[in-house]
Design a protein around this ligand. Structure first.
Ligand code: MLZ
Length: 510
């Protein structure tokens, strides 16, 4: 992980002496121990409050530094307990002349969990009763000195106002020399949220109804680096995906790779022209914007058709299964089929790159003490040696796998809370917990949902985020399923164990 120079700043003596006014006399706005201050559009937030949930569950959020694709990942480690901020004061009356006027007060970080911090107002000392959770990217959190620079009033919370007679001297003692957020913190947030993909750009995207095929898609929305892609020539069907996902590619990729694509002849002709001339109109997302895969040299040994391996079932991600290389494409890509489950027409063959971290050499599960799901209908105990013999096949050489080429450090621990995309309904970002760790994988449990919904994903997946990410980017976070939802059709369907993968499988409904 890259480390950045410590850019946090110390508070100069002048900032504590200005614009501090006593709070005014109206009713207490928020007397609750835990409050949450919304960042983005109110609709996108509200229903779920991480702070209360962490308290109830006694859990911790995975640190922002674990997520290389997360905004501000490289500097978040500098935000540590004790650091001082200026934050909206929720225990005071608003300005007398302007009821909308916001009053601020000093606070310090007690604890950091993902993008959230437990804050304590200066002056509370050992009293934790007013501690509150706040997203540090919230627009009402600033470095010490900000209110002074912007002529914003500071006033102590009403409940503690009486505790000091000389607040100015108290603050000078508390704040001078203390660490605060970097001056340019807000600009850093803004620039970390920039995404190179824009609305109306065309891409090639996996067909969620027939995963062996790509389709042409047009970006209709971009939120936090996630793209809502509308399938061209469809009745409003769409697919949500992160811009660095392996499920989207530039125009012309299918042609170059030899992947099946459903598109008009006109599109195919144009795409070939663009690839050959390497010139793309403005509405086309250019190849440099996409996730880059390692280039293979012609001399490198490659995966070959018929070889067996273990893979996370892309359509039922709670399972790791024996699988077979179906067809080798160009540039290190190939189609993979899950043994015993493949649709007769090959419509569920799934494209992987040789550098994928969701494919494994045989006995990966055994070595990591996790269960391998034998091919559906397989009789007897599954043993690779026997199976290779029975199927008259060979396994893929273990040195070809990315997980053996690099030494990945999986930083996650079981029990850590995250926000995770439900890969079978990728428009949903849900409250989730790391349930299990195996090598580079984490098994994501969706809080409140049965184990059938769990998904194995790579620890560097762009489909998991630190807690508070949804609030930061303004995306709706799906709260844990409540017990009263237990009888919904969805629950009944998903918990019904079936011997047939087809009926057990959750389709990508999005
Ligand atoms: N009702 C849909 C979505 C369930 C979403 C669960 N997310 C953890 C289904 O049953 O597939």
């Amino acid at each position: 992980m890259a480390t950045m120079p410590d850019e946090t700043v110390s508070v100069p003596p002048t900032v504590t002496s200005n614009n501090i006014s006593p709070s005014q006399q109206t009713s207490r706005i928020n007397g609750a121990t835990i409050i949450s201050i919304p960042t983005a559009s109110a609709d996108a937030i509200a229903s779920f409050i991480w702070g209360s949930y962490l308290k109830t569950t006694g859990a911790h959020g995975a640190p922002v530094s674990f997520f290389s694709h997360a905004p501000l990942q490289d500097m978040w480690g500098q935000l540590t307990p004790g650091m001082k901020v200026e934050v909206i004061n929720t225990d005071c009356s608003h300005g007398l002349n302007d009821p909308k006027e916001k009053i601020f007060w000093f606070a310090y970080i007690v604890r950091v969990e993902g993008y959230l911090a437990l804050l304590r107002y200066e002056g509370c000392d050992d009293d934790s009763s007013m501690d509150f959770w706040c997203n540090l990217c919230n627009k009402d959190v600033h470095c010490v000195g900000w209110c002074g620079q912007h002529g914003i009033k500071l006033a102590p919370p009403r409940s503690i106002e009486h505790r000091q007679t000389d607040w100015k001297t108290f603050l000078v003692n508390k704040l001078v020399g203390a660490k605060t957020l970097p001056d340019s913190f807000r600009q850093k947030i803004q620039s970390s949220l920039r995404c190179p993909f824009k609305k109306n750009m065309l891409v090639e995207v996996i067909d969620k109804f027939r995963v062996s095929h790509m389709r042409v898609g047009k970006i209709s929305e971009v939120i936090g680096g996630r793209l809502r892609i509308n399938y061209e020539n469809s009745a409003g069907e769409h697919f949500w995906v992160h811009y660095a996902s392996e499920l989207i590619h530039p125009v012309g990729w299918s042609h170059v790779t030899g992947h099946e694509i459903e598109a008009t002849q006109e599109y195919k002709t144009e795409a070939i022209k663009m690839v050959e001339t390497n010139s793309y109109p403005a509405n086309i997302a250019t190849p440099d914007l996409f996730r880059q895969v390692p280039k293979l040299s012609i001399d490198d040994e490659q995966f070959k058709e018929g070889q067996k391996l273990e893979a996370v079932d892309p359509l039922e991600m709670s399972r790791i299964c024996p699988a077979t290389i179906g067809k080798v494409l160009k540039n290190g890509y190939f189609m993979l089929s899950i043994d015993g489950s493949s649709a007769e027409d090959g419509s569920d063959w799934f494209c992987y790159h040789s550098s994928s971290r969701l494919i494994f050499p045989i006995n990966f599960c055994k070595m990591n003490n996790i269960s391998l799901s034998p091919p559906l209908g397989y009789q007897g105990e599954f043993e690779w040696e026997k199976y290779l013999h029975e199927t008259n096949s060979v396994c893929a050489p273990s040195e070809l796998f990315q997980i053996n080429k690099e030494n990945t450090i999986n930083p996650f621990s079981v029990g850590m809370k995250i926000e995770a995309v439900d890969m079978m309904a990728p428009h949903l970002v849900c409250v989730a917990t790391v349930a299990q760790i195996a090598d580079n994988l984490i098994r994501v449990h969706f809080d409140g949902w049965s184990d059938d919904f769990e998904q194995w994903i790579d620890c560097q997946s762009t489909n998991i985020y630190p807690i508070g990410w949804c609030e930061l980017v303004g995306y709706k976070l799906e709260p844990p399923k409540q017990p009263e939802q237990e009888n919904t059709e969805s629950t009944k369907r998903s918990s019904k164990k079936s011997s047939s993968r087809k009926s057990n499988k959750r389709k990508r409904p999005n």
